[in-house]
Ligand binder design. Structure first.
Ligand code: FAD
Length: 412
């Protein structure tokens, strides 16, 4: 089935064509603060100054004091490629530039890790943190003003600073003891930057499944980063997180993926390093991982129509919040001002083979649904070339990254 992008606003398009796929409780409402599209991404990047980033990236309130860039939805969807964000801060103060680029490398690390271990990232990677079970809303007690405020922001805006993501993840699993996988799924449903790679990594690392050291959430962080939340809290005199939690260190898992420390299939992890042409391309296919004007397949074929497929079977399973789909529709509507864009709703395995499409390879397991029927595969634009050394921790990955390519940006 085809979806007309000119059926009104992005909200109207989602309401008319995708309503059956979004969360039932959802009103079909865009994020008030973050809009999709290359034009919005370019504006956000142009408006971001890295000065003061190192000191203020974890600030929560007041919002005007936040130093985080809020570029993550654009980075996640390829509207701001990591290399472009990297270059954007070249002239900033050295300490801020270094810190910001470190965070970009965390994003790259998440992508390398997911490309390497694939769906194994859904399970405890190295240490046995509470993992199983359905979503437990009571793990985020709304009587706690800090929790209520952050969960509301997640549900309304679909974006949180890193600090409050850690609060919620820690509260959910380290304090309440609920299995983290359902908590990360709730994040994934709402976050405009929701990616399996970074979200699974963030949860694994916060709850201790990645490092063996769970992050403890306590009043101290709230007082430091958003003291007004404590002042307005009905539990201020009986704060349930007054002390740091006494979290026991989780035991190592016995079934960690064998390829965590060594990659015997580096070529498969990396994907094609040059364009692979199977037959002549008649269209360019974009995927959620690469929706920007700098998409390599899009740049290679400036005259071909662009195709996007809303993956109906996957969306029916995921029940995303409508703001995520609205972000995608806004992005496609913005692109339609420059290129012919055709949008399908269906199963990519069925739709893609008839498209004769050129597509950029994405380092995620679900890309197999697009790769099989594509006419042309373009290389994924890695910031740092994948290597076959350890991805067991960020520092191990970073050490092994130094020197893998001549212009390795992580080496500086
Ligand atoms: C529990 C949890 C879940 C998370 N889920 C996601 C997710 O689904 N998608 C996502 O992109 N990030 C996720 N993160 C990482 C991080 O919180 C966000 O990338 C960051 O808060 C986005 O805000 P920003 O763009 O202002 O970041 P900035 O601080 O401005 O950083 C710039 C960019 O660096 C990258 N980055 C920064 N911190 C991290 C990090 N810890 N890990 C990976 N990349 C990072 C992002 O691309 C970000 O846009 C998660 C972190 C935690 C603790």
């Amino acid at each position: 089935m085809l979806i007309a992008l000119n059926d009104g606003t992005a909200e109207a398009v989602v309401r008319r064509h995708l309503r059956h796929l979004v969360d039932d409780d959802d009103e079909v409402r865009a994020s008030p603060g973050i809009r999709g599209g290359q034009t919005s991404a370019d504006r956000a990047l142009a408006g971001f100054s890295v000065a003061g980033y190192a000191a203020r990236r974890s600030q929560v309130l007041p919002e005007t004091d936040r130093g985080a860039s809020r570029l993550s939805p654009y980075i996640r969807h390829g509207l701001v490629p990591l290399g472009r964000a990297w270059d954007h801060v070249a002239d900033g103060p050295a300490r801020d530039t270094r810190k910001f680029r470190d965070e970009l490398l965390w994003q790259e690390y998440a992508r390398h890790l997911y490309a390497r271990v694939g769906v194994a990232l859904h399970r405890n990677l190295r240490f046995a943190a509470p993992w199983a079970g359905g979503f437990e809303p009571e793990a985020w007690p709304r009587r706690m003003h800090c929790v209520d405020s952050v969960v509301s922001e997640l549900e309304t805006d679909g974006w949180l600073v890193n600090q409050t993501r850690m609060w919620l993840a820690s509260q959910y699993t380290v304090r309440f003891g609920a299995g983290w996988h359902a908590g990360q799924e709730e994040f994934y449903r709402h976050l405009l930057d929701g990616s399996r790679a970074a979200n699974l990594l963030g949860w694994q690392w916060t709850v201790g499944a990645g490092t063996g050291s769970p992050y403890g959430f306590a009043r101290w962080q709230v007082e430091k980063r958003a003291p007004q939340l404590c002042r307005a809290c009905p539990l201020a005199q009986a704060c349930p997180i007054e002390q740091f939690p006494a979290a026991a260190a989780p035991a190592p898992v016995t079934d960690a993926p064998a390829n965590l420390t060594r990659d015997p299939h580096l070529a498969a992890t990396r994907g094609p390093s040059v364009a692979v042409r199977r037959r002549a391309a008649r269209s360019v296919l974009l995927t959620v991982d690469s929706l920007g004007d700098a998409d390599p397949a899009l740049e290679a074929h400036s005259a071909l129509p662009v195709v996007f497929v809303f993956d109906e079977p996957a969306l029916a399973r995921l029940r995303l919040s409508s703001k995520r789909l609205i972000f995608t529709v806004e992005t496609l509507q913005d692109l339609a001002r420059r290129r012919e864009v055709v949008v399908h709703l269906g199963d990519p395995r069925v739709v893609v083979p008839s498209l004769d499409a050129a597509v950029t390879s994405a380092p995620v397991p679900s890309f197999a649904r697009y790769a099989e029927g594509a006419a042309e595969l373009h290389p994924w634009p890695w910031l740092v070339a994948p290597h076959s050394g350890s991805v067991a921790s960020f520092s191990a990955w970073r050490r092994a990254s130094a020197g893998v390519v001549a212009d390795d940006p992580g080496a500086g």
